[in-house]
Ligand binder design. Structure first.
Ligand code: HEM
Length: 480
């Protein structure tokens, strides 16, 4: 069947319907479909409903119906229609604001418009270049750790090591030159799981009474905000003492202060602080779990592993890529990352919230109505990718493709979102992925990779979609 287009086969012909009129799973009064959703498996349940009810269906996460969309062309078109028509949603905005983490990810409307250029500037490849030696150092630290594990034949907790790596990278990017990066990290380890807990809480009890964990959270938040404020003050003092830093800021905080000070930015120091925390949050689980899924898929692909080893031998002769150019040239590693994100995207769905009454594919959406975009469903649909269940990195290599594409791969697989809110960290994320992949395949062979939770590696949705209990044993590579 040829792919449907948002404006063709599904185009409005009759008067708009209400969401209630769409097909969808049977629900109970008040709780709707909530009891059918197993903890950690919301994405899988929703994808099974998409298989059953098609491109558009309705579900209830409470008394109000929500539109779910699995067609990637419609999803892409709606994502591009931001920030005017759709926003991120008030629930996440409020949860983040209550914790003082008001940053780009949770912002809507004008606040989002003001912050976006500042965050884009901070994550620009030229700023990341200033930090590249730090990235090499953090990657070497992981290499040393894994070499020790290979020598002692120790089992590696993959996610835990990768999470430490991604946090060290973003924290290094933000706090190098400031003091106490490690101290702030210990607070963040307590804060981020709480944000997740609150987002998925059925009732915002903490607005009425506080449990001991909420009081602990308040303590960690107050410490972290104090530290970030001091970092900002120190960075500002350095910039005032040496105005040339405005041309070449040396870390993420300096880069954001320069953008904030640009005439007409409309930003304040609290926006800088909110976005430092947002980037630490947005860059940790996403990149670590993408790498973990990529290793899981590659373990069953000896041909791809051999090609990665050959690429790494060229680009990482010293054990890790030493320059940004070497890492950038790891095109096969990037293709493997794209293919891993197609099959195992860490954000398998996204929510949009209508900013005013609107009509989508002839369905009326009231102001504040939620739309769930099932992003993975389309990227694994045989209408768009031949043999979608097969790991085939050549899909992303232009002329080398083993089969002509049925649709533009990048328009269908959207692991970083799409449109004006496309992930601003994707360059950094891909750079980290290429550094770790080159380091792994240059120095080691994956001897064993398994989940402590079962035969295949189960998926669990927490802040992102993660592999459960992933463990690995490495062997040092002998051939040069
Ligand atoms: C493989 C790793 C990553 C994946 C898969 C990923 C995925 C995403 C997705 C799906 C979105 C929502 C996009 C949309 O609404 O259209 C997003 C937004 C965002 N990401 Fe990433 N991300 C990754 C790494 C990072 C990193 C390393 C950073 C920064 C250090 C980052 C910072 C952000 C921010 C600030 C936003 C909000 C953008 C906005 O709303 O305008 N991400 N990311």
């Amino acid at each position: 069947m040829p792919p449907t287009t948002a404006g063709a086969t599904l185009a409005p012909k009759s008067p708009p319907r209400s969401i209630r009129e769409l097909p969808g799973p049977t629900r109970l009064p008040l709780v709707g479909n909530l009891l059918q959703i197993k903890p950690g498996a919301f994405h899988q349940v929703a994808e099974a409903w998409a298989d059953r009810y098609g491109d558009l269906f309705r579900l209830y996460l409470g008394p109000k119906p929500m539109l779910a969309i699995s067609n990637p062309e419609i999803a892409g078109a709606l994502m591009r229609d931001r920030p005017e028509r759709f926003g991120r949603g008030v629930k996440i905005e409020r949860a983040a604001s209550e914790m003082g983490i008001e940053g780009l990810f949770s912002a809507n409307g004008d606040a989002w418009r003001r912050q976006r250029p500042m965050v884009m500037a901070a994550l620009d490849p030229s700023h990341i270049r200033e930090y590249f030696p730090g990235l090499v150092e953090v990657t070497r630290r992981l290499e040393r750790r894994w070499r020790e594990c290979a020598r002692t034949h120790a089992v590696i907790d993959v996610q835990s090591d990768l999470m430490r790596y991604t946090v060290d990278v973003t924290a290094g990017l933000a706090f190098t030159l400031e003091s106490d990066g490690d101290v702030i990290q210990s607070h963040l380890d307590e804060i981020f799981p709480m944000l997740n807990r609150r987002l998925f809480a059925p009732f915002p009890y903490w607005r009425y009474f506080k449990l001991p964990i909420d009081r602990r959270l308040d303590h960690h938040l107050s410490e972290v905000h104090k530290a970030v404020d001091q970092f900002i003050a120190a960075a500002r003092a350095r910039i005032e003492a040496d105005p040339s830093l405005r041309e070449r800021p040396r870390n993420l905080i300096e880069a954001m202060i320069v953008a904030r000070d640009t005439g007409g930015s409309g930003l304040e120091d609290k926006d800088v602080a909110g976005n430092v925390l947002t980037m630490l949050l947005a860059g940790e689980d996403t990149t670590a779990n993408t790498l973990a899924w990529m290793f899981t898929l590659l373990f069953k692909e000896p041909g791809a592993c051999a090609r990665l080893a050959a690429e790494a031998a060229l680009l990482a002769p010293s054990g890790v890529p030493d320059t940004q150019e070497q890492a950038g040239a790891a095109v096969f590693a990037e293709a493997c990352a794209n293919e891993a994100m197609r099959i195992k995207p860490v954000a398998p769905f996204l929510f949009l919230e209508a900013r005013h009454d609107t009509v989508v594919e002839n369905v009326r959406i009231p102001q504040g109505g939620l739309i769930m975009l099932l992003l993975r469903r389309g990227a694994n649909d045989s209408r768009y990718f031949a043999e979608p269940e097969r790991f085939d990195a050549t899909r992303w290599l232009g002329e080398e493709r083993s089969a002509a594409p049925l649709a533009s791969p990048k328009r269908v697989s959207m692991p970083f979102g799409a449109g004006p809110r496309l992930c601003p960290g994707r360059y950094l994320a891909l750079l980290e992925i290429k550094m770790v992949t080159a380091m792994l395949f240059r120095n080691f062979e994956i001897e064993e990779l398994y989940s402590e939770a079962g035969k295949s590696v189960p998926e669990r949705l927490s802040f992102t979609m993660e592999p459960v209990g992933l463990r690995m044993r490495l062997k040092e590579r002998t051939a040069a």
